[in-house]
Write a protein that binds this ligand. Sequence first.
Ligand code: GTP
Ligand code: MG
Length: 717
Amino acid sequence: MKNYSAREIKNIVLVGAPGTGKTTLAEAMAYEGKVIDRRGSIENNNTLSDNTDIEHEYKRSIYSTILFTEFMDRKLNIIDCPGSDDFCGSLFSAFKVGDVGIMLFNAQVGWEVGSEIQSRYARILNKPLIGVINQLDADKANFEAAYESIKAASQVKPVLVQYPVNQGAGFNAFIDVLMMKMYRFTDENGTREELPIPAEEEERAKALNQELVEMAAEHDDALMELYFEKGTLTQDDIRAGLKIGVARREVMPIFCTSGKRDIGTKRLMEFIINVAPGPLTAPRFLATDGSEIEPDADAPTVAFIFKSQLEQHIGEISYMRVIRGKVTEGMELVNSRTGNKEKISQLFAVAGKNRIKVSELSAGDIGCTVKLKGSRTNDTLAAANAPVTVEPIVFPEPRYRAAVKAKEQKEEERLGKLLNDAKYEDPTILVAYSKELKQTIIQGQGEHHLNILKARLANENKLEIEYFAPKIPYRETITKVAQADYRHKKQSGGAGQFGEVHMIIEPYYEGMPEPTKYKVNGKDITVNIKGKEEYDLEWGGKLQFYNSIVGGAIDARFMPAILKGIMEKMDEGPLTGSYARDIRVVIYDGKMHPVDSNEISFKLAARNAFKEAFRNAGPKIMEPIYNVEVLTPSEYMGAVMSDLQNRRAMIMGMESDKGFDRLNARVPLAELYRYSTTLSSLTSGAATYSMQFASYEQVPADVQEKLLKAYTDTDEE
Ligand SMILES: Nc1nc2c(ncn2[C@@H]2O[C@H](COP(=O)(O)OP(=O)(O)OP(=O)(O)O)[C@@H](O)[C@H]2O)c(=O)[nH]1
Ligand SMILES: [Mg+2]
């Protein structure tokens, strides 16, 4: 295989709602480029992409697949992404290295929620789109309705480059209003005739051609001038205008295909090669220091790993885009995260599971290497003499949380290892053992996301796991000032124990003034600050600790023990055993015994005084609140809203946007378990949501009651 340079390469990402035909179209593209000599199908489980058992079982894409095809002496690198939003992580990594998205629509459906979600991702990630109305051979194909729905919903303006002549089961021809030709297909293998536009189509074709001309002129002053001068534009002029409009994400040209029958694939690929942005024209990759990395093949090497995979018998496969310079076989590069050297023993162009050995990959190209020692997704490999770190992929926040364990206790260790492997392959899976909750918490993009992992562990690793409701990381705090004295005293036999601590506690808030005096239980207590310590607690919030002892009532050497006693109780709050936060403690008096006082006595005295004061200080349980944003077709808004209200949500705002409603709410985490599943069933899968931690807030009285009761119950056990 030839080595391609940046100007001969295009990197595209196939996106679109589930089942629009991305994987089937990728197959046709590979076939057109003679990477394969027969096209596989989803039904026969033999496509280049979707090549894992689990994908065969579910008949849908679960992972992104990298493919290439060679066409018109160019190389097209294709990343076929899953349509399901549960697997959106791979779309984020694909868009990191792809320069343009090819957005598929199902001609029978038009714009769907998946289109909405994925075009939103493209917008966030600043990626241009080319639109494809696919499945035009289906009985219920309705090109016009699909186009209208795209026009109504898309934020990037669609413009037709093609329209079908005979959509439906007999589909075999379309008119291309850029080429001003009709393409007719004589078989299902892409063989085409180029014909003049039939007389009855001339009027429509001309009108659409005129739209293209005007669109092109709009995007460039020189083209506009030319258009005024001549009254029209040439094909090349139109392409030039489209190039600008697409790159600026203002225009989405629309194509016609049947991926299944390989109709329109070649024309789409020609257009991608001629018009889509490539490595030299797309925005530059940024380094973490903010500088732009030029795609210069002769400069020191920079390669970015965007996907890591573990394959039996092979081990680690690292997919990368070369951003600058060249990666060649045998080369040594440095991983900028670890500082370790990595030797590139073998290099490949990738077509799904098939890997074709190549001797080098040049700036702009995508390929893979195997058996790197300690590199993973988001790592940069760079020449030792020119270290660079590429700005990493920012993956979406998790939306689904569960506790996980192996069905059999003895498998826990193996589970830990396999979950780590899963994390390595899919950075949107987060796993951590929570010391606080005493559970292993796994987070992902949805219930389906985690269920696929469960199925995979069962099939491939013969490991049965269980998901169950995760505990909520509650916090405890206080709402008013309280005081307590505690004397710890023990005199039995040998050395005794004695320590007495008097303390005041009060709620801490940002910017509160220094303590001066308190009135508690009718007593005035004046504070003379001898020492102040302030701690940012590991679990959020603060502890302020003041020493205001007068007249040497307690030796300064016992203060650390007193602090320790308080910390211990904050670690396991007096109400429910959750972490306590946002408390100011003032130690203002106490007593020592000349012989029996020691650190342990003061620690215990402080611990108990704190517990008592805490209970008298209007203690409250706080719960994590999340900002939840739901995106739903307007028809389901009522159902979504009333469900959220049942979840103690506070609705913060609502906004309508082209047939979709966006709803923002603050919802307690305790009410969000399996939310993705409920939302999906409320809206027939048409809605999506994201969630992000917002703050800790007091739980309502009835909830506090329940929690207190639950805790006492277990305490008594
Ligand atoms: N009639 C018709 N069916 C198609 C066409 N393209 C795909 N299909 C069928 O639609 C179904 C989904 O096709 P895929 O290629 O898996 O779609 P996808 O977009 O990759 O799906 P996900 O990756 O799961 O989002 C399969 O049953 C295909 O055979 C097409 O052009 N015409
Ligand atoms: Mg697919």
